[in-house]
Design a protein around this ligand. Sequence first.
Ligand code: SAM
Ligand code: SF4
Length: 326
Amino acid sequence: MIDPFGRTINYLRLSVTDRCDLRCTYCMPERMRFLPKAEVLSLDELDRVASAFVRLGVRKLRLTGGEPLVRRDMLYLVERLSRHLASGVLDELTMTTNGHRLAEFAAPLAAAGVKRINVSLDHLEPATYARITRGGDVARVIVGIDAALAAGIAIKLNAVALRDDNADHLVTLAEWAHARGADLSVIEVMPLGSVEADRRDQYLPLTEVRARFAERWTLTDLARSTGGPARYVRTNEGGTIGFITPLTHNFCGGCNRVRLTCTGQLFLCLGDDADADLRTPLRANRDDRLLDAAILAAIERKPERHAFDHRVAKPAVARHMSHTGG
Ligand code: SAM
Ligand code: SF4
């Protein structure tokens, strides 16, 4: 699949639920309104639509949410999708999780062919973690990370840089990750959906974070690119740190991904409202011709770039990251 700007689209992020057992302050409001359950695709429908993307050229599939591990029978979907790994048409089946339930799922995920997982962890100190996530238990996340590592799954930590909550803690988080053989990526907070806090107060440009890392380590830029807005460095002690900077730098020119919600709505860009309904063609027919045509037509409408602006309080798009699938 090639979009109008010549970009090859080979990466799908699939939100399997918009629900979550946490309420991170930068992600959603405390009283979040979730999508009506009746509109959510079944696991077999999610398998069918993801498999259509794979047939059309997607090589990497990330299961996300909301919290993917709170969806009942989630392993069934992972095991179904793993057939594409076995047949060689899919290079990677991976997941982003808050890690709360990872201990329970690590071994079966590894058995289904999941080799890498991103775990979101913004702070190691229990009280601060509980405050940022509104009730999360960091000890559970750590047990989950260790279970995944023991199962042979590579772990990358994702931390959202928050001016008031973890600006002073990110070096410690990187040291902690590297001591376990894990990588760390730091993410700029994006204006997605409204939350109680003012996004302009939360926002911490990663230029500042990088400067703090540079006081601790000598950093060498790496050439590695994943087609996303991430750039990687290696520390002189051998650890890897990623900087995901949708706001300070715009890397839309190399974008290779689209996102599907759990109700079958395809978003062509995280920071734009361009979308397509895939649930109607999915349910209209048992064969996939209409579905394939709807996907290909949607790719033709992928926007050139997002419209994020950290100087304004208003969200760039009304929906939250947990809806679109992070
Ligand atoms: N619940 C899972 C988790 O937390 O890893 C998966 C979904 S979550 C929406 C995916 C990622 O988006 C997490 O790393 C989270 O920190 C990040 N995220 C959520 N809201 C964000 C925002 N407004 N700006 C930047 N990152 C955000
Ligand atoms: Fe839930 Fe992930 Fe959003 Fe936190 S970032 S509220 S864990 S979906």
